[in-house]
Write a protein that binds this ligand. Sequence first.
Ligand SMILES: [Zn+2]
Length: 1011
Amino acid sequence: IQSYPKNYRANLPRNMIENSMFEEEPDVVDLAKDSTTFPALDPDEVVYEPRSSRLLVRGLGENEMDEDEEDCESSARLLGMSFMNRSSAHRSTSSPYTRQSPPRSCSRPSARTLVVCVLFLVIVVSMTMVLYFLPECTFTKSGCRKQTTPAEPVYPISTNGEMFPWAQLRLPQSIQPLSYELTLNPDLDKMTFTGTTVITMTVRHDTKRIVLHSANLNITKATFKLGDGKATDVTVLEYKPRQQIAVKFSEELKAGQQCVLTLNYSANLSHTYDGFYNSSYSDKDGNKRVLAATQFEPLSARKAFPCFDEPSFKATFQIKISRKPDYMTLSNMPKAKTTSLPSGLQLDEFEKTSVKMSTYLVAFVVANFTPISKNVSETLVSVYSVPEKKEHTEYALDTACKLLEFYNSFFEIVYPLKKLDLVAIPDFLAGAMENWGLITFRETSLLVGKQSSLLEKQVVASVIAHELAHQWFGNLVTMSWWNDLWLNEGFATYMQYMSLQTVLPKLDIGNLFLDVRFRALEKDALNSSHAVSTEVNTPEQVEEMFDSVSYEKGASILLMLNASLPGDQQFRKGIIQYLNQFSGLNTDTDNLWNSLTQVDTHSHQNVSEMMSSWTSQKGFPLVTVDRKGDQVTLTQEHFLLTSDNLIMFCTFHSLWHIPVTYINDTCSLTLKVPQSIKWLKLNHGNTGFYIVHYGDDGWAALIDALINNVNVLTPEDRASLIHNMFALSRLGRVSFRQVLSLLNYMTNETETPPVTEALLQLNNIYRLLDKRQETDFVSRMKVRILSYFGSLMRNQTWDEEISVSKQELRSALLETACNLNVDSCIRQAKALFKKYVESNGTAHIPGDLQRVVFTVAAQSEESWSTLLEKYSKVSYDAEKRKMLQGLASTQDTRILKEGLQGNIIQTQELPLVINTVSSSFSGYLFAWDFIQENWNQLIEKFPVGSFSIQKIIKSTTSQFSTQAHLNQVQGFFSSLKERGSQMRSVQEALETIRLNQRWMDRNLPSFNEWL
Ligand SMILES: [Zn+2]
């Protein structure tokens, strides 16, 4: 799944203890006392579920980097990795995340990168980590028990009053589904459907029950057949709080037996964005057209059909859907045949899936879409949309074909299905969903107009690249459980950047990936973050895994690994091996590292050992460089912005295995750096997931070098310095004066990555000051920003711009300029809008300028109304979204209510609207009030813990920096109880406000002097 097409960042952790151990028990009865009805325990119950966490405390010792006489090679060998010379200091043509052969020569000023695996010691005291050592508890009244004495489970009560024979969130392992036959009869007039599900299963070990998932389904009839026996009616028990149903048997089902459960049911089509849900749109004649589509990941397949709804229960699926003759249907597989039913309906039957797949990947659509198609080797690739938007599908088809070809050869495993559909759904919450053979998209993530800029195409191509990568990472090989969601999402995210760099280099995706890595570091610096691989149990915790740690940090550490492996094919060979070894199966993180370790024959580096330090603990290291004479010492510690709320239960030692890269102004490869060498920059290309502090002298030397000649470092390295400096300021290691002294070089800076990073950081501070109404500092900050970027802003054109990188640069600069009320910017934007309105929409505003133009225009009441009118007429969604951002940027906050109602503005856009309203001074308090007043409605539309809710919380709270606001936010969320008080994003919000407050307290007094 792709949560948001671009530039999303949001999220984070919840205290596990509250969820896993103190969860309030619903109505339960202790049947252990009632031995007559007590079912035999099967092995699933007597064995405690292992905690999935793999927080390893590695006793790797204190290999403090030895900076003695050894030359690089020997020290590298000593440390278990060979070193590599890599790219030049000048901007290399290759991206930082595709591997390349190391250049052999070294020119001046040379850049040598030494990759050494350095082991450092860091002491981490963490409450969360302590929890891992606490004994496991199941939901029993008697609390924790020792492993040796099986707990007597406390069985809940089914809806019919009978005892429900299962007491855990996860399903028992005693039954394995083999195949499903689904027949669905949706009625789009009544918004209901009926269904029949026939599940063929095998008994893994003796048991007296079958337990599976079902949610909001009214089961009308159930029959059961064992082996070749006769089908008999059975009673289905339901326990709604866990969305489980069960059938109990008086005689044990024996291991190895096959059985068939047939369930008939009826249900309403869902009115939210998950399960089997209805959607509508207006066609070109203004008629309302309805359709039905599915979104099952992570836990909603059970809302469309009863099933074993956990990713490791893979099975085959055969699907039949009835429809009215003027509709069409789509599913994962090609259509096998259509028959006419006596009722006048048509019944479409799809081929049985040729692959075993997880339930969350099943999909179907009933609509009247039109396709365009093309063949790629054995696969028919099609893009579907509503008929009115067919002309916007060509780019997607072309891109999908190119990417499919690329992945087929990159993975050396051909996409296994005969068809691949990409479908634009008018109501769709996520960016897209990778259902096998039937990828569903939000319209903005798939459709682009002929006039669209490359930047808009970049969004579409990224989402397609991500979802196609999932056909291998996720669909072919699937994580065993949601704790390892990153195996799906981190990989798909990494592959999306990697593949586009090769397949569509013009899209210049590198800047976006760099930005994504910076933002991931910011999240992961919080105490409320979590390990990449983290235990999850409840549905809310599963939802919360769809966050930047799984996606962006996951992708970042894969880049780091690829960049640190010797040889440019090793990473690829490793993942090919992994895909082959586990094709059709489920895996956990260790399986991946083991596969990558196995192909690593050239070096002594143990991938498993290195990488598990990045996936089993939260956060990342801060590497501090200390140069004394010719000795360079590197030390590491956990880069943790807040540590004051930790309870010091125990200390333990933890460390990261960091592939350090560095660049300096000589060809030297020694770690003993002669004093004649002026500066040293670590983490070349920012491919490593860590932050570096160079100390006062180290920073001064780098700043000096940049002021003399910005080109001594690559744009990525410059951006990395800027990012790291601001991060250190937030941590309190450098003063704001040091930040400003680095920024002094900005007047010579013209490249996109450093400029956009500096703008983003400065804008954040500007907004905080603005919202505290520090008017004096606000105007001084404005002067500062203009002194760095004023001339670059003036140099920007307002015509079509071809280069993506220049579009990114231009939109960042002009949005800041207009936001700071720079006259010339406002004038230009207004003029463009006027031309656009007068031409009746035929004069095109370049895609990268639309947001700034619409935002400026929306500030006048008259233009706001014009814009709203245009909004309801424009059919091209990317443009529409930018209009919406304009509309939401003003004092007129009607737009929030409209978003909630979903008439003029689709409810799927509400998180974007809230985010935009929150960023303006006039709107941010209003947005905060709005979410408090409408919380119940919001969590009805967007599940607790979901990406959308994470984003909404972050948008409305991240700009607070006072005690009063902290109290308000704390008060509101703690009042929510089961409606979301335990969300990780709430903890993140509170932590962020405290950090804002701390930063302001520390720095405001000195602003007078420095700013
Ligand atoms: Zn995804």
